[in-house]
Ligand binder design. Sequence first.
Ligand SMILES: NC(=O)c1ccc[n+]([C@@H]2O[C@H](COP(=O)([O-])OP(=O)(O)OC[C@H]3O[C@@H](n4cnc5c(N)ncnc54)[C@H](OP(=O)(O)O)[C@@H]3O)[C@@H](O)[C@H]2O)c1
Length: 284
Amino acid sequence: MTTILVTGATGQVGRRFVPRLLQWVRPDETVRVLVRGEESARHCTGLGAEAVLGDLREADDRKRALKGVDDVVNVAAAFRGVPDEEAWAVNRDAAVALGREAAAAGVRRFVQASTNLVYGAGRGRPAVPEDQPAPESVWGVYPRSKAEAEAGLAAVADLRLVIVRLAFVYGEGDPHLPGAGRFIADWPAHRRLQMVHHADVAQALFRALRTPGIEGRSYNASDDAPVTAWDIHHLNGTAFPSANADAVDPDPWNGIASNLSLREGLGWRPVYPSVWSARDAGAL
Ligand SMILES: NC(=O)c1ccc[n+]([C@@H]2O[C@H](COP(=O)([O-])OP(=O)(O)OC[C@H]3O[C@@H](n4cnc5c(N)ncnc54)[C@H](OP(=O)(O)O)[C@@H]3O)[C@@H](O)[C@H]2O)c1
């Protein structure tokens, strides 16, 4: 009997990952989620998961969630309109505490969902997992809190850690892509956004959970073909701002991350190599 704990099961990523995980696990495996609301707990038990009610910041709640657990996938994060203190508390402090407690409990794999924003400025080529995170150039505490979580988890003795850095996640009704107009408003037409579809995030997390012998490694979950601001406006049915027409992207590698190690190391192949293939498949 194996139990896999997933945090963040109610979020945009988690709510699409958990149903897939429930399909992919063996019959003798249990998926347990840590959720904050009773309705969410009911929803998850309805899907076939075990639910523990609690807050990731609370040591007692983490202890209940971790009881008898074999593997952990830490998807939870606080970054959508939360105060900075909460972002640090959830993204770094609670994640590292969970890692420490998981190691003490003998958990055999701890998968940490992170972000390609930890790379910061471009390096003249796509970022690779071996690159040292440098999130200071990216706005807000979110990238820094995730980078410090990665470093804190990597320093936990005996934690069998695998990090998956996600690009901009979209698809399956997620409002993320339709809402992208806000932050690409001043982008030159040729500036690119590295994306990854929920289906491919789920398989990346699952492969990170299951592939033997990869403890200590990090992977980028990003699709094959970043698309331009012009493409995104087109996909969203918005007009490309003519004022940006002559603007030049000062850092064409900012946010671009290579998926090669995920392909070569974990056998991952994107179901949706670009947002256009997802659009054509009706998977937006
Ligand atoms: N979406 C993207 O484009 C993207 C890109 C790169 C990386 N990521 C990473 O992917 C992960 C998931 O992102 P997302 O887009 O799914 O985020 P999201 O939609 O904001 O979901 C966040 C999840 O974390 C949970 N959570 C937050 N604070 C918590 C706490 N104190 N205790 C327990 N649970 C808590 C939320 O639960 P409630 O429902 O109770 O609030 C929710 O389930 C994050 O680690 C993020 O850094 C996402």
